[in-house]
Design a protein around this ligand. Sequence first.
Ligand code: AMP
Ligand code: ZN
Length: 494
Amino acid sequence: MKLFEQQELTIYNSLTKSKEKFTPINEGAIGMYVCGPTVYSNVHLGNCRTFLSFDLVFRYLKHLGFKVRYVRNITDAGHLENDGESGDDPILKKARIEQLEPMEVVQKYTVDFHTTMDKFNALSPSIEPTATGHIFEQIAIVESIIAEGYAYVKNGSVYFDVMKFNEDNAYGKLSGRNLEDMITNTRELAAQSEKKNPQDFALWKKAEPQHIMRWPSPWSDGFPGWHLECTAMSTKYLGNQFDIHGGGMDLKFPHHECEIAQAEASNKQSPVNYWMHANMLTLNGKKMSKSTGNFILPNEMFTGDNNILSKAFSPTVTKFFMYQAHYRSILDFSNDALVASEKGFNRLMDSYSSIDGLITSEKSTVDVAAWRQSCYDAMNDDFNSPILIAQLFEATKWINGLKEGTEAISEKDKTLLKTTMHDFIFEVLGLTDTINETSEDGNKLSSAVELLIELRDQARANKDFTTSDRIRDALQEVGIQLKDGKEGTTYSLH
Ligand code: AMP
Ligand code: ZN
C-alpha cells in the first residue's frame, strides 16, 4: 500500500480560494508545472524561495509514493520588462551591455540557476523546457486561438481579444478581477496602442529591427508573448488538463490569468485543477526584486559577503529558515532570524545524531506512532512545513528526556523515531547534515582554519597586526575568507 493511500493530502487552491482534498487526474501519477526563471541575471534569494517552496511540494509528493512529472521551464525569450507586455527584452538588454550573444546570457544565468539549486539540494525537475525550443508549438496555439475567434492580427503582431473571450468565458477568475472594472480604470491608455483594449495581451510580437531574437511566423518575423510559452510547454508535456500549476504570487496576474485564457480559448478546457502560489520573500518589508535592487544573492549568504549579514550561512540553514515559514506566508529576511534558525538547525542535527546512542527499555513513555502521524498531518495540511518543524523539535525534547532518563523508549519505537526523523529532515525537507556529515577532509580543514583564527586573535590582542593581517591575507589568497562579527570570527570558502 502506497503512503498516499493512507494519508489525505489537502492543497490550498488559489482558483477556488480554499483548501481542497487533493485527487490527481490519474491515480498515483501527478503532472506539475512551475514557472521557471527568466535567465538574464543571477537568481536572488526571493526567486530561490519560490523554487524551494515547490521543491518541498515535489519532494513530499514523491515521498507519498506518487509518480510525479515535474515540468519547470526556462524563460529565454519573450518576457518583456512590463509584465511581459512592453519595453525592452531584459535578455537582449543584458547582451548589449555585456557584449554577448543573447544565448550566451541565457547560458550563463541558466548555469548559475542550476548551480544555486544544487547548492540548496533542490531536486531537478523531470523536464526543463525552454521557450526558444518551443516556437512551433507556440505558433500553433496562436493559430488555434485566431481560428476560434479570440485573437486578432495588427501590423504583424497578434493580440488576445480579452473582451471577446469574456463574452463566452469568464476572464479574471484566478485573480478575482472583473473585466468591467479593469476597463474603467485603464480607458485613457487605449488610444496609444495597437490593441483594441488595454487588457488585450500579446500572443505574438513583430520584432523591431534591433530585436535580434526573432523567428519567422505567418504574421511577421517576431517572437512569442511571454504568457504563451507556459501554455505551450505545460500542455505539451502534461496534457490539456493537468493537476498542479505553481509559481510566485506575483505571477497570478497577468501571467497565470492569461495562461488560463489561452488554454481555454484553444482547448475549450480549464487547464489546471490546483493552482498554487508561493508568497514573497521580503527585505526591509519590501518584496525582494531585481529591478529595485532590494535583494540578496544566494552566494552573498554563503560567503557572508553583504553588510546585512553578520556571518556566512550555509545553504541548508538558509533553506531551513525559509521552511520555518509556510509557503503562503510572507517571510521577511533578517540576520537575527537566520542566526536563530542556525541554532535551531544545529540543535536538530545534534539531537538526530544522538538517537543511535539512546538506551532502550521494555516499554516507551512516548507515543512515537502518534507523533509520526502528526508530522504527516502537518504536511498533509497544505505542506505546512513550520508545523512539521515544530513536530521535529517536539522529538528533540523527548530525545533530551531520554538522554536524561526521564523518558523511556522501546527498540522498535527508537527505530521508528530515527527513520521518521530521517525521512522528514533529509527526504522531505531536503536538508543536509552539514555538521555531522562533513567529510574527514572538511573536518581537518575546519580545525586548521579555526587554529589560524585563534592565532590571529592572539596576535591582534598583542597588537601584532603584521601577523594578524598576514593570516587573513594568506587565507584570502587560497580562497578562505574571514569575517569578523559580533560573535567572533567566522570563515567561508569561495
Ligand atoms: P522571474 O525570473 O522574474 O520570472 O521570477 C522567477 C520566480 O521567482 C517567479 O515564480 C516569481 O514569482 C518568483 N519571485 C520573484 N520575486 C520573489 C520574491 N521576492 N519572493 C519569492 N518569490 C519571488
Ligand atoms: Zn509561466
